[in-house]
Design a protein around this ligand. Structure first.
Ligand code: GCB
Length: 766
């Protein structure tokens, strides 16, 4: 829910200062009817008859809802991309039409083309699956009767609407909250691209004072001129009023876009930062000048901070250097698709904060309003973007929709102090539709068109908000972006780099960083993506590229983080990704899923998450590495009843003591990791790791169920139960529910033992 709606709810429940005429908000998420497929109006006398026809089958659902939660994650390629209808009866039988009251329907997001009908009458259409929108439905409602809302949503591929293609699933449906908002005919303009109508900027902030500028857009849809008072109040985080101004205003009838500005100075402000995310509140009211009745009210967050990016020295917040480190995020979840509760959205941001991150790239599209609200609250700096991914369509309609989305994005999210970057293209030259060499002219025309579109979006964003930075995100083929002129347009450059994953070796990443710095000495650089797929139950003692193991993922991230931290000109970096996410066409270790998350689809923390936490967090950490690897196995050493295997412990102390079977081992911590070799015996092995931080001791325990296989075939006895081997692979795998361990075969095993004699492990093509 956005701040405005939230503020309205507060207003309703507090209800003391707000008159009966002011806004009332109700979520209308429950008890909708849903029909998958189109309703053909031509077969009926009217749309209303079509919608009410008893022939059409409806199921009852609640919003957030997607119709692709099953077919996009099954084993059959493809998922339904087409029309779905939603229907709901709004009971107004006991209500009379109130004079000067408007009713709006407000959507936080529906993917991707939405048509709204009230009582069979078409109200309007919204294009785009990731931004908020609303319609004034007052004239379509019948008071004293039941009213039928019908919403047509279409997630078909649409050449005119970004994204055209991407590595994520385009779940269809009304997948974010829907509200009915009743408001006075005089109100803060909701029709300015779904914004709150109140825009707050902080043109100058220092330790001594913060300048706050508030711009309000007011709509007077009454048939008379009105004398009003605009009240602007700034409260501290305890609700204590710091400053307040009242301004008399006169609005002519039907003036739908009356603009008022007010400026404030806050002395010795509490600054907003990741460590101290201090939030003031701006409360703005439209009051009737005579009666003092509040006609509309808005509550917006206010954070006072200043920042700049330097291409050589990095990012500075409130005058202090800060390395921006964090993740990207996709908005889906295990078996829910994109239809998530606000709690899940918010707890994702919490996961990043807990890990010690301070930076979120909200990729590849604007997300639920609660995401930025949580970033404001927890102190996570952010970049947000419109979903122009992989390609563009060279059409006026695509350009218009892109510009419209950019404006929606800026206006809807304008007031968030956590937001510092507007982003608008991701890897648009990944696979151009025209060949660079054989279709040279056509290719050049295409890239010129991309650059033209980029310039238009850049201009639009900078005009709407000169206070933040802009970014275009590219993949590793630097020359393409340079030749297309794309690297000259935005203020920051984002690079998505995967050396050592999709190809090459880790060291290529370091070289690459130095190369892009040389090429763009005047552009601050963000590593907007880097990551490796990890299936959290695959392990290897000899990990290699593309094997999906926890160990390879860890090696990749250890290397990358070090390289990023060592270079101040890399102003920030975002791991790809906070969470595993659905991508229907992927089919490696888990079908339909991109596994580069540092948490799983249901947000179990992978090992990498702990690795980052240990390195980034300021609190004492001691944690077994590979701690989810609780079922292990191996072949006994020759002549022994144990198998030696590595165990790692993450810690930000100097040393770790590990106890196993009453034997104590000590190891120094190097680069946040203490490494041990432990003789595992058959059955349950209890491990305890301890570190001392100044005077306090912290520990972690791990119980490993170890399946010791005999060294020699001849030693397999009658009790021997089963031996599971992952043929053709060098990884270990465990099935947690069935508690089955799958081992791998060794080469060159001793005489009488067992293993393999030739061949190469299978790898999916990358
Ligand atoms: C990228 C894309 C992102 C993909 C990611 C990957 O560069 O921007 O959408 O999901 O790579 O995992 O390949």
């Amino acid at each position: 829910m956005n701040k405005r709606v939230f503020s309205l709810l507060i207003a309703i429940f507090a209800a003391l200062t707000v008159s009966s005429q002011s806004e009332r908000v109700s979520a209308i998420n429950n008890n909708w009817n849903f029909h998958l497929g189109n309703i053909d109006f031509d077969q009926y006398q009217s749309p209303s008859k079509a919608i009410l026809s008893e022939v059409i089958e409806w199921e009852t659902i609640n919003i957030p809802h997607t119709w692709n939660d099953k077919d996009a994650i099954d084993e059959i390629p493809g998922y339904y991309r087409g029309v779905g209808w939603y229907k709901k009866t709004i009971d107004l039988t006991a209500e009379k039409r109130e004079k000067n009251v408007k009713t709006e329907i407000y959507f936080e997001g529906a993917n991707q083309v939405t048509d709204v009908y009230v009582n069979g009458n078409w109200v309007g259409q919204h294009n785009g699956g990731y931004t908020r929108f609303n319609f004034d439905i007052t004239e379509f409602l019948n008071f004293g009767e039941s009213n039928v809302l019908a919403i047509k949503v279409d997630n078909s591929h649409n050449e005119a609407i970004p994204p055209l293609s991407a590595d994520f699933t385009f779940f269809g449906g009304i997948y974010r909250d829907v509200y009915l908002i009743k408001q006075n005919a005089i109100h803060f303009l909701m029709d300015d691209h779904g914004s709150s109508g109140v825009y707050i900027s902080t043109p100058k902030v220092s330790k001594e004072e913060g300048l706050v500028s508030i711009n309000c857009l007011i709509n007077n849809s009454e048939h008379q001129n009105r004398n009003l008072t605009l009240v602007n109040r700034i409260e501290d985080n305890q609700g204590v009023i710091i400053t307040e101004k009242k301004k008399k205003i006169k609005i002519r009838k039907h003036d739908k876009h009356f603009s008022v500005d007010e400026d404030f100075v806050i002395n010795n402000p509490q600054l907003w930062s990741p460590d101290t995310p201090y939030l003031y509140q701006v409360i703005t009211q439209i009051q009737d000048s005579k009666t003092g009745v509040v006609l509309d009210e808005s509550i917006e967050p206010l954070g006072l901070r200043w920042f700049h990016f330097d291409p050589e020295e990095g990012f500075f917040l409130n005058g202090k250097y800060l390395k921006l480190i964090g993740t990207n995020r996709h908005q889906d979840y295990f078996k829910k698709g994109n239809a998530l509760t606000n709690e899940i959205h918010a707890s994702d941001v919490q996961l990043l904060k807990e890990m010690g991150g301070n930076f979120l790239r909200i990729s590849h599209y604007p997300q639920d309003p609660v995401v930025l609200e949580t970033c404001d609250r927890l102190g996570i700096l952010t970049s947000i973007e419109i979903p122009i991914v992989n390609a563009i369509t060279e059409s006026e309609a695509f350009t218009e929709n892109s510009l419209h989305m950019a404006e929606e994005m800026v206006k809807q999210n304008f007031n968030h102090p956590s937001l510092i970057i507007w982003t608008y293209m991701n890897e648009v030259l990944l696979r151009p539709p025209f060949d660079e060499k054989t279709e040279k002219e056509r290719y050049e025309l295409y890239t010129n068109n991309i650059a033209k579109l980029a310039s238009k979006i850049e201009d639009k964003i900078r005009t709407l908000d000169p206070s933040r930075y802009t970014m275009i995100v590219n993949h590793g083929a630097v020359d393409r972006y340079v030749n297309a002129g794309l690297t000259d347009i935005s203020m920051l450059l984002g690079w998505n780099l995967y050396q050592g994953w999709y190809g090459g070796v880790f060291e290529h990443f370091d070289k690459y960083l130095d190369k892009i710095h040389r090429l763009f000495p005047n552009k601050p650089i963000i590593i907007s993506e880097y990551g490796a797929d990890v299936h959290h139950r695959l392990h290897s003692f000899d990990s290699e590229r593309f094997d999906y193991t926890v160990e390879y993922g860890n090696r990749y991230h250890e290397h990358y983080l070090k390289a990023i931290m060592a270079r101040p000109f890399i102003v920030g970096a975002n791991i790809w990704n906070l969470n595993d996410f659905y991508s229907e066409t992927r089919g490696y270790a888990i079908p339909n899923t991109n596994l580069k998350g540092i948490t799983t689809l249901n947000r179990e923390k992978k090992d990498t998450w702990w690795l980052y936490k240990t390195k980034l967090s300021k609190e004492p950490i001691i944690k077994f590495g590979q701690n989810e690897w609780k079922i292990r196995g191996g072949v006994a050493e020759t002549g022994k009843d144990h198998c030696l295997q590595p165990v790692t412990v993450y810690s930000n102390s100097d040393s770790v003591q590990l106890t196993h079977n009453n034997i104590v081992y000590n190891a120094e911590v190097k680069d946040y990791i203490a490494r041990f070799s432990i003789p595992f015996t058959n059955g349950i092995n209890k491990l305890k790791a301890t570190s001392t931080f100044q005077t306090e001791t912290y520990n972690d325990v791990l119980k490993i169920d170890f399946r010791l296989a005999p060294n020699q075939f001849s030693e397999f006895d009658d009790d021997f139960d089963e031996l599971n081997v992952l043929l053709g692979d060098q990884n270990e795998f465990m099935k947690t529910v069935l508690t089955v361990w799958y081992g791998y075969l060794n080469k060159n095993t001793p005489q009488g033992s067992w293993g393999y004699i030739g061949g190469k492990p299978y790898r999916a093509k990358n």
